[in-house]
Design a protein around this ligand. Structure first.
Ligand code: AMP
Ligand code: MG
Length: 494
């Protein structure tokens, strides 16, 4: 008999782990699936035919109405510290891991449906997602990828034809999330809190093999894994700080061992720069404010380090010492990465000690004069080369203090060994002009939810695919919000 090639080349490793890591669970079918968008570039990278994904069978797969050949659907279990409080039992309450795929470079990725119906971990929730948060996650995660920030990705989004009941009745939607894995600090915490050392060992081995194979060669592989996770988090959070991204819900169940950003619920990009900015409607105390993110990252890593202590050394005292030594490295890694990144944003490639003050003074002026974070750095990029009048100069307001800071910056640039053409090209590649601004996201959600018009969504996705390339015709997408457009709160995706 002729066997046809499967459309998705699954190779599932997590569902081959023992049963305590998940529950086998099929997605619950939806009534009238209709495709919103397939991410063609990502599909091709993953070796999946995007045209097939747009077919009836592809849409049925994306929405959970059909389990594809080779899929082995599971809901995974985890726990977590949410806003500092301990939640002993979480898990995929509205997500199903259909399986894993290997891309053309043999990199393994989870193929996960989000919004796919109740699971044993739904804790009374409906397991569904509404259209707004699905569009939001699509836009923000794909923008993060375009900024070269490690992130989960979106392969496709579809409407379900069903309603979800929140404060209002809303259209339901589903997305396919791609991640190097969905293993979280909270996954480790789940087994540790039950004193299940065997599972902890299995999970650690899995993570080493999957994400940190070079750690396996180290004399203490668990320590090498912890160090690598710490280094990845330091770089990740540094990159959020540099771009002005506020995650909003940095709970330990939202920290991936792979070092990718996950959970685009209450997140936002800053418009006006202010270090104390908070957007999340549920973050009443500002625990996850912009300026707190580096420290919260450390807090989360300490939870991981603590859980790993029994695996770090037979002698608990020695193990604790090792864990502490690793954690200590985090802040200096992050600071170094942040300072490097910020000097590059200013167009300086051979950093000098005084540059830290130059950056700090600029940020202070920006905060005081309520300057737009993104446009200020983009404007500096315009100024670094010949002023052709095609930049964003007409979109920013300049203060006196900023103008005198510019003199200092120009003097500093003279000492830097780059031609102005090189410098400007590097600054343009480092300072995006388009970011997923909240008011733009709100606009596209409103058009989709209220009028069924997805055109603005597609347009925004397309623009954010090229966030470093300014065209004055797209000025509307670069502009900071007018006072009446400012969004003060974002809501988590439930
Ligand atoms: P999140 O805020 O997305 O990090 O979710 C926190 C926990 O709540 C996770 O265990 C989710 O699976 C669960 N959860 C969130 N929304 C829903 C929902 N609509 N139905 C069931 N579980 C949910
Ligand atoms: Mg989450």
């Amino acid at each position: 008999m002729l066997k046809t090639k499967p459309h998705i080349n699954f190779d599932n490793s997590y569902s081959r782990l023992p049963g305590q890591f998940y529950t086998r669970q099929n997605p619950v079918p939806v009534s009238a699936p209709s495709l919103i968008r397939v991410n063609h570039a990502l599909a091709e990278k993953l070796g999946i035919d995007p045209i097939w994904l747009e077919s009836e069978e592809g849409i049925a797969t994306v929405t959970g109405n059909k389990v594809p050949v080779g899929g082995d659907p599971i809901a995974t279990v985890y726990a977590g510290h949410q806003f500092g409080g301990w939640s002993p039992q979480l898990g995929d309450g509205r997500a199903i891991l259909l399986g894993e795929i290997l891309d053309k470079e043999n990199q393994r990725y989870d193929f996960q449906l989000k919004g796919s119906g109740p699971t044993p971990y739904s804790r009374g929730g409906d397991g569904r997602a509404s259209l707004g948060p699905i569009l939001r996650e699509y836009i923000v995660s794909e923008a993060m990828a375009a900024f070269h920030i490690p992130t989960t990705r979106i392969l496709a989004a579809a409407a379900t034809g069903d309603h979800v009941y929140r404060q209002n009745i809303l259209p339901g939607a589903i997305l396919v999330r791609i991640a190097k894995s969905h293993i979280r600090i909270g996954t480790f915490e789940f087994f540790s809190s039950r004193n299940d050392q065997e599972s902890l060992r299995i999970l650690t081995d899995h993570v080493i093999q999957r994400h940190y194979p070079e750690a396996a060669k180290h004399e203490n592989p668990v320590l090498a894994m912890l160090d690598a996770v710490i280094e990845n988090q330091a770089h990740l959070i540094s990159s959020w700080q540099q771009i002005g991204f506020i995650h909003g819900v940095m709970n330990t169940d939202n920290v991936l061992l792979s070092g990718e950003t996950i959970d685009y619920g209450p997140c936002a990009f800053m418009d006006e720069y202010h270090p104390e900015t908070v957007f999340s409607s549920i973050d009443r105390n500002g625990r996850y404010a912009y300026e707190n993110q580096p420290a919260i990252g450390r807090w989360n890593l300490i939870q991981l380090a603590q859980v790993l202590i029994p695996l770090l050394d037979k002698d608990p005292e020695k193990a604790t010492e090792l864990a502490q030594e690793s954690i200590i490295k985090y802040i200096s890694l992050l600071t170094k990465s942040y300072q490097n990144g910020m000097t590059l944003k200013l167009g300086i490639c051979n950093a000098m000690t005084d540059d830290i003050k130059l950056i700090k003074d600029l940020l202070d002026i920006m905060a005081e004069d309520k300057m737009d974070y993104t446009l200020t750095f983009r404007y500096l990029s315009d100024l670094a080369g010949d002023d052709t009048g095609k930049g964003v100069g007409n979109l920013v307001t300049l203060s006196e203090k900023f103008s005198s800071w510019l003199d200092r910056w120009r003097k500093r640039l003279v000492l830097d060994a780059q031609t102005s053409i090189q410098r400007q090209a590097r600054m343009y590649a480092k300072n995006p002009v388009f970011i997923p601004r909240n008011h733009l996201i709100e606009e596209i959600i409103q058009a989709a939810v209220e009028d069924g018009d997805f055109h603005p969504f597609h347009q925004l996705v397309d623009i954010l695919n090229h966030p470093f390339e300014y065209k004055s015709a797209l000025k509307k997408y670069a502009l900071a919000p007018r006072p009446e457009q400012v969004v003060h709160e974002t809501f988590c995706g439930t």
